[in-house]
Design a protein around this ligand. Sequence first.
Ligand SMILES: Cc1cc2nc3c(=O)[nH]c(=O)nc-3n(C[C@H](O)[C@H](O)[C@H](O)COP(=O)(O)OP(=O)(O)OC[C@H]3O[C@@H](n4cnc5c(N)ncnc54)[C@H](O)[C@@H]3O)c2cc1C
Length: 511
Amino acid sequence: MGEYDVAVIGYGPTGMTLAALLGQHGHRVVVLERYTGLYNLPRAACFDDEIMRTFQKLGLAGEIGRGAVVQRDYEWINAAGETLVELTYADPAPCGWAQLYMMFQPHVEDVLDRHDKALPSVAVHQGASVTALVQDADGVTLRGTREGGGDFSVRARFVVGADGGNGFTRGVVAEAADDYGFQENWLVCDFRMRRAVPGLPMFRQVCDPAQPTSIVRIGPDHHRFSFMLNPGETREEATRSERVWARVARYVAPDDAELIRAVNYVFRSRIADRWRRGRVFLAGDAAHEMPPFLAQGMCSGIRDSHNLAWKLDLVLTGRADAALLDTYQQEREPHVRFITERAIELGRVQTMRDPARARERDERLLAQRRAKREPEKLRFPPLSGALIANNGGLFPQGAVSDGVRSGLVDDIVGTGWCIVAVGPRLIEALTADQRAAWEALGGRLAIIGAPGGLEDRGGIYAEWFAANGCAVAVVRPDWYVYGTASDEEGLAALLQRVARALEGSDVLIPS
Ligand SMILES: Cc1cc2nc3c(=O)[nH]c(=O)nc-3n(C[C@H](O)[C@H](O)[C@H](O)COP(=O)(O)OP(=O)(O)OC[C@H]3O[C@@H](n4cnc5c(N)ncnc54)[C@H](O)[C@@H]3O)c2cc1C
C-alpha cells in the first residue's frame, strides 16, 4: 500500500477526524479499517460546542449541523415523576456554537467519510485489519489482512491507533490500563421515528431505582431509550423485540417508531497507562473508555485527534522536535481522567438501585430545587504541561466584524497559532524577527477593537480579557491558550518560550 506520513488504525469518529485534520495540511495519510463499510448504527448521542468548532475548522459545521438538533435542556425525574434536576444549555456557548447537539452518528460519520475520501493526500482502506506492528528509528511497518483474502504492508513515519476499546494498538503501546472498576450493564434501544409523538421527552434521565432509564433524541429523526439491566437479565432475553416494545410502551408504539436496534452494552471506565510508544500513539477509545453519562467519549476522542494533529503537523514539517509529541498524553490524560471521574460520579447518582438511598438522593435534590439553588455547572479543567505557559483554558470564539465581513472569529481570522491582542499597540510593537518567526509557525495576528481591529460584536472578548487580567493571548491551533501577558516584555517572553518548547528544550522539563 506504500509509504505515508501517518497511518491511522480505525475509522471511527476519532480516526476520521484525525485523517481529516492531517489531510487539511496535505500530509500523506493512510487509514486502515477492518470493516468493509461504515458501521451505520449510532453509538454516541451528542457532542458539544468545542467539537462543532472542530467540524467548523474542517468546513463541515453546516453539513453536520443539518443532521443534528440543538438541545436546550436536560431533566432528571424520580420514580414519582418529580423533577429532580433541570439543566439548561447555552446557545451560543464559549466556542461560538450551541453547548449541546443531539446527533445521529451515522450522519456525522457519513459527512466525515465523504470529506476524508475527497482529500487528495488521504487514502482510506476499508476491509483492512492490522495484525502486526514493528517500529524502527525511521518509521513503523504495519502488516495485516484484507477482507476476502490477501495480506498488506504499510510503512509510515507515525502511527495512531484509533481502533477503539477492543482494538489491536493498545496492547502494543500500553503496559496496563487503569480500570476504575465501574461496570454497568445497559440495554440501548434505537428507533427511527415515523411521526412526532406529543409529550415524548427529548432528553430525560429517569432516576427510578426499579428501572434507571435514559431517554434521548438522537438527531432529528431518531430516538434512544436506554435501560439499566437488572441482575440476572440475559442479553438474549433483554434484546428480544417483544421485550423491548414492552419496556418502551409508555412512550412509543410500533405506529410511532421503527426499532432499528437493541443492543446490550457494558459501560466501562479504563484509561491506558501509556498513550505513546516511540512513533505509535493511542487516541479515542483505544486510549480511554468512559461511561456515557456526560456524553463525552467521542468528544474526548475528537479532542485527542485535534491535539495530536497540529503537533504531528509541526513535527512532520520540521518546525518542532518530536519530543513535542510527549505533551500529547501530558495534556490529554488529566482532562480525560477528570471527565471520566465526573461521569462515574454522575452515573452512580442517577442509577442508584437501593430504594432507601434513592429516596435520600431525591430529597436532597428536591430540597436544592426548592431553595432555587442552581445545579453546579461542570467546567473542564485547563490544560497544563510544557506547552502551556500560564493559562491553558479554552479561548472563546465570538462573533466579529472586520469592517467588510462579519462572522465567527475562526472564519474571519483563520485557524492555527494566533496572537490575539486588545488594541493594536502590542502587535505593532512586534519586531521583524518576532513576526518572521511567528509567520514561519503559520501564526496569525488578530486585534480586537478599534482602531483597525475586529469589532467584538457580542462583547465576549472584552469579557474574556477582563476576566483573565491581560491584554494579549497566545492561542494554540486547538484554541487552548498557551499564555497571556499585559505588555511587550510579557509577550516577547511568551514567544521565546513557544520557540524553546517547539525546539524540544522546554518539553522534557515542564515548568
Ligand atoms: C450507548 C453509548 C452512548 C454513547 N454516547 C455518547 C455521547 O453522547 N457522546 C459522546 O461523545 N460519546 C458517546 N459515547 C462514546 C462514543 O461512542 C465512543 O467514545 C466513540 O465512538 C469512540 O470512537 P473511536 O473512533 O475512538 O472508536 P470506535 O468508534 O470504536 O472506532 C474504532 C474503529 O477501529 C476499527 N478497528 C478495530 N481494530 C482494528 C484493527 N485491528 N484494524 C483495523 N481497524 C480496526 C473498528 O472496526 C472501528 O471501526 C457513547 C457510547 C455508547 C456505547
